[in-house]
Structures are given as C-alpha cells and as structure tokens.
Design a protein around this ligand. Structure first.
Ligand code: HEC
Length: 116
C-alpha cells in the first residue's frame, strides 16, 4: 500500500516536470521566432543577400543590442529601423541580439524551390 502511494507521487512529479519545457528551451524558441521577423530584410538567419541591409549573423551581442536601443531611442539615423526597434521590449531585443550573435556567419542558403 505504502509503495503505491510513493509510485503515484512519483508519477505526478514526472508529469509535472514534463508539462513545462525548461526555461532555457522556451527562451531559445522565443528568441528564434522574434529573430525570424528580421529575416525578411536581413536575410535568412540574418545572413543578408549582398550585404544590404547588413548581415546580423555572428555579430557581437552587445553591439547589436546597443544599435537596436539607439534605433529605439532615435539616436541612430535610420529609414525603417526606428519603427522596428520600437516594436520590441528591451528584454526581447536582448533575446534577438543573443540569437544573431549565436548564428555562424555564412553563405546565404536559398530557399528550396520545388516543382520544376
Ligand atoms: C523592412 C526591412 C527590415 C526589417 C524587417 C528589419 N530591418 Fe534592420 N535594417 C533595415 C535597413 C534598411 C537598415 C539600414 C538602416 C535604415 O535605413 O533603417 C537596417 C539596419 C539594421 C541594423 C544596423 C546594421 C549596421 O551594421 O549598421 C541592425 C543591427 C538591424 N537593422 C537589426 C534588425 C533587427 C534585429 C531586426 C528584427 C527585429 C530588423 N533589423 C528588421 C531593414 C530592416
């Protein structure tokens, strides 16, 4: 009887542990989806085509974060980045900067074209 109680307790603990993804995994997923909003212009994974606008992949995290904060504050001249930077909290900008800093700079991999 006693061992059943213990087993039930363990199962409950395991279920509770399995229900929530670890915090770091959630952060990583969130960082990727936030960073993906930049891919349209800065290239897939931040590797820009022809360097315009500049690649973000493999750049220094602190430098990227500072640049974004300067765009947000309007301190750095921009055409479009002021609006972009203002759409994110400082915590989100830190996740985005960390994501791009962790991407290896490299050749642009074109999206696969199917059918023909
Ligand atoms: C609509 C296109 C577009 C999107 C989307 C976009 N950017 Fe930009 N980005 C630009 C352009 C254009 C510039 C050049 C500055 C300007 O004119 O605003 C730039 C400049 C930058 C720079 C300065 C690079 C340098 O070396 O001078 C950084 C950093 C940057 N963007 C980060 C981001 C991040 C992070 C995101 C996603 C949250 C993002 N951008 C989304 C178009 C875009």
């Amino acid at each position: 009887m006693k061992s059943n109680v213990i087993r039930a307790g363990c199962a409950a603990a395991l279920l509770a542990a399995g229900a929530a993804a670890p915090a770091w995994a959630q952060d990583a997923n969130q960082a990727r989806s936030l960073a993906a909003t930049c891919f349209t212009c800065h290239g897939n994974e931040g590797r820009s085509v022809g360097g315009v606008p500049p690649s973000l992949a493999g750049r220094d995290k602190a430098e990227l974060l500072q640049t974004m904060k300067d765009f947000k504050a309007g301190k750095r001249p921009a055409t479009i980045m002021h609006q972009h930077a203002r759409g994110y909290t400082d915590e989100q900008l830190e996740l985005i900067a960390g994501y791009f800093a962790g991407v290896k700079p490299g050749p642009v991999v074109p999206a696969a074209r199917g059918g023909y």
